[in-house]
Structures are given as C-alpha cells and as structure tokens.
Design a protein around this ligand. Structure first.
Ligand SMILES: Cc1cc2nc3c(=O)[nH]c(=O)nc-3n(C[C@H](O)[C@H](O)[C@H](O)COP(=O)(O)OP(=O)(O)OC[C@H]3O[C@@H](n4cnc5c(N)ncnc54)[C@H](O)[C@@H]3O)c2cc1C
Length: 386
C-alpha cells in the first residue's frame, strides 16, 4: 500500500501514468515481498535484474537511437523513488548503472556509444562506478590509481573499494591519474589483471553486491579513454556524481514513503492500553513528520529534475539541496519507524530495521551530509556576494 497523501508535486502532475503505474505494480509485487530475503542473502537474484531490463528501466533516459525512450529526468526520478520504496539495494544498482551509462552517452565517442550503449540500455551489461579507494573517498583528489601510456593504449594500476554492483558488473568506469589530471576509462570487468573481491557484512544496502576492485597492469586500448586525457574531474566525475546524487535523493524519498506506509499500517493494528497505537498523539507527530518529510523531499527532487530537463546548470545546487534534505529526512523517518515498531523494529519480520540501515548509506554516498552542508552554505555566501 502507498499512502496517497503524498501524490502532489510538479514532477507528478505531468508524468505519464503509463510509466509509473507499471513500476509501482512491479515494486509492490516483485520487490517489496522479497527485499528482506535479498538483504539477508546479501545478493540480488539475476531474475530481478533481468526484469528491470524487460521493463526498460536500466537507461530509459537515453534517446531511442541508443536503446532508451527519452524519459525525462523528472519521470526517472519518480521511477528511482518507487524502486527505493521497495529496496535500496535495487535502487543502488540503478544509480551506478545510470552514472556509467550517462557518461558513455554524454562524453563517449561515437564508437564507444555504438559499442557499449545497446547492451547497457538492455541491462545485458551492468556498469560499476569506480572512484573511491581504500585511502580516498570524499577527497577524490587523493586518488592513487594510475594510468600510464603504453604502445597501443594505457596500463592501469591501483585499487578501488566499495563498488556497488561490483560483484556482477561487466563494465567498469575507472577514474585514474594520468599525470595531467584525472581521466576516466571504460574497462571490461573480465580484462586480464582485474581482480574482484566481494565485500560482505556491510550495515546497509546489503544486497548491493559491493566489491573491491584491484587493477594490476590492466591493459586497455586508446578507445577506453573517455574524452581527452586529464579532463575528467570537472566533467565526467562532476556530471556522473550529480546524476548519482539525484538518484539517491529520489531513492531516499522512497525510503521515507516506505517508513510512512509501514508505520501507518503497523500502528493501525498494534494495540496498547486497549487502543491502537495510531490514537497516541506522540505517534501521530512522528507520522506527520514523515508525511511532511516525504512531500518536501519529493518537491525538491522534482525541482532538481525539472532543472535537469531544462538543461539548466542550477540543477547542480538544486540536487545538492534535494539530496541533503531527502537523505536526512530518510534517516529521521527510519529512526522513528524503528521506534514506532518497538522490539519488532529490530526484527527481520518487519521492514523498519532494513529501512533504518539502508537510509544511513544515503548520508555517506554521492557527497556525505557534511560535504553537502559545506557546499550549500558556500553557495549561500557566494550568492550574497554577487
Ligand atoms: C554502501 C556503499 C556503496 C558505495 N558505492 C560506491 C560506488 O559504487 N562507487 C564509488 O566510487 N564509491 C562508492 N562508495 C564509497 C563512497 O562514495 C564513499 O564512502 C564516500 O565518498 C565517502 O568517502 P569515505 O568513506 O572515504 O569517507 P571520508 O572521505 O574518509 O570521510 C569520513 C567522514 O569525514 C567527513 N568529511 C570528509 N571531508 C570533510 C570535510 N571537508 N569537512 C567536514 N567533514 C568531512 C565525511 O562526511 C565523513 O563523515 C560506496 C560506499 C558505501 C558505504
């Protein structure tokens, strides 16, 4: 069940129901009932990844010529919200796949687009975004992976960590130093010298199939480099992270919605002192916070999406704001959801515990809460100085 209170918003009114209706049904019947099982198993079954391909959700933002359906960013945001409502691990797969696919579409050569996009759009090949390293996260400039020119291309050496979908991805977007700055390379995951090590036992998005990726003398051709060498930092990295941030923001709205749905259902059935929990004013306060949190975050995401659709650079800051609000609203809602469920909030029989663990991840990835606070405040001072 989804609470209809939260349907309003500029991104929804013009969205074709023929997109979101089937996605909602897919989430309700094929994701929500299995999300706990996948979380426990720490993996997504191949069938669910195949179903996402059948529904055309891997890269609908691409033009039809590249295997997509020209989906607007506002609509895509609602799709990622719906998937996030069902399972943040599935949404995580969509996030990184979108980042890689968009990169090839936006900055790839004709040959790179022709080679990779059809399979990426169909989900035959999954993408992994490989920026973080054991010793560099928020500060990507500390990255130590190096690509050196070789006779017929490049040789890459380094170690990447925390790659979402890394256990099953077929195409790695790897950020490397090339002496003159950062460069981005498309590296097939089965290249000799690529070693993939699953990361198990993480706190949240446990089914996102994280991996560490070591690259030892990995040889790639000239055609693996995206754009000119040394220019990826302000272009590919910034652009892809902006999309990832948008996806995580929208997915976080879905987490707040899932908390709201679960809590309204639970408090209507659970009784204390001869009455349902739903009659208690302190419970109602938490419910109203979830309603307001989800609606405000959805509106901020819709605004960021609208600016993306208009190709307006203001979307970058709007996306920071949306992600900051949505991810912190999700952790607050999920914390309240556990509280409302009492001991059952600790149990795998109810979604609250998973939502709580998953929500926290969104405050760390694609720009941590602290980096968002710094960036948003810096922009505020910049605007005043203009
Ligand atoms: C589940 C999961 C999935 C992930 N998937 C991917 C992926 O697919 N691809 C990928 O490349 N990476 C991925 N990551 C890594 C993620 O991008 C990094 O964790 C993130 O960038 C933060 O880096 P860090 O963990 O090294 O933290 P650090 O950079 O070490 O930061 C530690 C703490 O210090 C704070 N901090 C840092 N700088 C400042 C500052 N200037 N001022 C104030 N506070 C600051 C941070 O906010 C944080 O709280 C994933 C991580 C997780 C947990």
């Amino acid at each position: 069940m989804t609470i209809s209170l939260t349907e309003a918003g500029p991104g929804t009114q013009s969205d074709p129901g023929d997109v979101l209706g089937p996605v909602r049904a897919f989430v309700d019947t094929e994701i929500v009932p299995y999300a706990e099982e996948w979380d426990q198993a720490e993996r997504l079954p191949p069938q669910i990844l195949a179903r996402i391909g059948e529904l055309g959700l891997w890269a609908p933002f691409l033009p039809p010529s590249d295997g997509g359906s020209d989906m607007r960013w506002t609509t895509l945001g609602r799709v990622h919200e719906e998937i996030g409502r069902g399972c943040s691990s599935v949404r995580s797969f969509l996030t990184v796949h979108t980042m890689v696919t968009w990169t090839v579409h936006r900055w790839g050569s004709d040959a790179q687009r022709a080679r990779w996009l059809p399979r990426l759009a169909a989900g035959e090949l999954l993408g992994a975004f490989c920026l973080t390293e054991p010793d560099s996260g928020s500060d990507a400039s500390a990255s130590g992976t190096v690509a050196e020119p070789a006779a017929s291309g490049w040789v890459i050496n380094g170690e990447k960590k925390w790659m979402t979908a890394g256990q099953v991805a077929g195409l790695l977007l790897v950020f490397c130093r090339t002496g003159d700055g950062m460069s981005a390379f498309l590296v097939p995951a089965d290249s000799p010298g690529v070693e993939i090590t699953p990361i198990k036992g993480v706190m949240g998005t446990r089914a996102s199939m994280l991996a560490g990726i070591t690259l030892r003398d990995v040889r790639v051709g000239q055609d693996a480099l995206i754009g000119p060498r040394g220019w990826a930092a302000g272009t590919v990295m910034t652009g892809a992270l902006d999309l990832g941030r948008y996806s995580v923001a929208c997915g976080s709205v879905g987490v707040v919605q899932a908390c709201l749905d679960a809590c309204v259902d639970y408090t209507s059935r659970r009784t204390v002192r001869d009455g349902p929990l739903s009659e208690l004013q302190l419970i109602r306060r938490k419910i109203s916070d979830m309603v307001v949190g989800s609606r405000a975050a959805r509106l901020l995401c819709a605004e960021a999406g609208r600016l993306k659709d208009a190709d307006d650079p203001a979307t970058i800051m709007a996306t920071w704001v949306a992600k900051y609000h949505a991810s912190t609203a999700a952790t607050a809602a999920a914390s309240d959801a556990v509280q409302i469920h009492g001991a059952n909030g600790f149990s795998a029989d109810h979604p609250a515990a998973r939502l709580y663990r998953d929500a926290k991840v969104a405050e760390i990835i694609e720009g941590s809460t602290e980096l968002q606070q710094l960036t948003i405040a810096t922009e505020a001072y910049r605007e005043v100085a203009r």
